[in-house]
Design a protein around this ligand. Structure first.
Ligand code: PBG
Length: 324
């Protein structure tokens, strides 16, 4: 017999063979769509650095939520841009604050047909743009911030959220939120923890989307991109503190972290395909430099292959509806 005897190419010869042996799928139910709503907006406002993404009005938000649910998308993650920002992010805990209003309206619209989640962080609500409240010296005050997160979690739960998504990378945030929810009788509200969240340049377009006023950076609380073992420590702490789902963010530069986390925990693992990852593909596709649809499919498949059970992506509705 000649060489090679073993020919892996045999299984790649036709679309039917490739389909039969494919290891990874991106089912719509595994996708979560992030959505932005802007207080006072009278029409959807395009986000220039995220072609195809808008700051919604409450009306268009409800419609986008319904569209996503009808396409089979597994969940929604809400972000809001308040009209007024202040030092402590008051709008975040106000029952009539835009994010809490948006939660109420989306839950009223889609009910239990979707999992409605909300970002639990102060950066959209503070005038200084940091994820927490500041000390007199201008550092982010971990423990004072925890008190605000606890109040924010309860406000979101009262608005009807199914899961809160703490994304501020404060120490102890999951434990404090879990206790506050339980103490207020919201034992059924889950925590999707942004456990391993890196200080990333790939959040740039998101900061346009939420009109972030941040000067400086978040390196004293978000993780150093150089570290993976530290991610396992963060994840273990969040699981111990009661996280129902843990998340790695961003996704593409951190697929090794996604895999290590997946192998280390027994809760579902999410990964956030962030704004900069979205913008790179859209920008290159606009220039005709890459095949947009193939790049999107490959991106999401890679994140799933790395071990993500759940993928947050701005392409969720389109992929669920149009990619067959
Ligand atoms: C914090 C938050 C951020 C993102 C999600 N939640 C920004 C940050 O930490 O600076 C980024 C999401 C993206 O880039 O798509 N509220």
């Amino acid at each position: 017999m000649g060489f090679p005897e073993i020919r892996p190419r045999r299984l790649r010869a036709t679309p039917a063979l490739r389909r039969l042996v494919s290891e990874t799928e991106v089912p719509p139910r595994s996708l979560v769509l992030p959505l932005f709503v802007r207080e006072g907006a009278t029409e959807p406002i395009p986000v220039p650095s995220m072609p195809g993404v808008v700051q919604h009005t409450l009306d268009s938000l409800r419609k986008a939520a319904v569209e996503a649910v009808e396409a089979g998308v597994g969940g929604l993650m809400l972000f809001a841009i308040p009209r007024e920002k202040d030092a402590v992010g008051s709008a975040a805990t106000d029952p009539d604050g835009i994010l809490n209003v948006a939660i109420r309206e989306v839950v009223a619209e889609v009910g239990d047909a979707s999992v409605v989640m909300a970002d639990l962080c102060l950066d959209e609500f503070t005038d200084h743009g940091h994820c927490g409240v500041l000390t007199a010296e201008g550092d982010v005050d971990n423990d004072a911030t925890l008190e605000r997160y606890a109040q924010m979690a309860v406000a979101q739960a009262e608005a009807g959220v199914h899961m809160v998504g703490p994304s501020g990378m404060m120490d102890g945030q999951v434990g404090v939120i879990r206790r506050a929810l339980d103490a207020a009788g919201h034992t059924g509200v889950g925590v999707l923890a942004y456990s391993a969240k890196y200080a990333s340049a790939f959040y740039g377009p998101f900061r346009d989307a939420v009109e972030s006023s941040l000067r400086g950076d978040r390196r004293t609380y978000q993780q150093d991109p150089a570290n993976a073992v530290e991610a396992l420590r963060e994840v273990a702490l969040d699981v111990a503190e009661g996280a129902d789902v843990v998340m790695v963010k961003p996704a593409l530069g951190y697929l090794d972290v996604v895999r290590r986390v997946k192998d280390a925990v027994d809760v579902p693992v999410a990964a956030y395909n962030v704004s900069g990852e979205y913008a790179m593909v859209e920008a290159a596709a606009q220039r005709g430099w890459i095949d947009r649809e193939r790049a999107i499919r490959e991106t999401l498949t890679s994140i799933r292959r790395a071990g993500a059970d759940i993928v947050l992506t701005y392409w969720a509705t389109e992929v669920a509806r149009d990619f067959r």
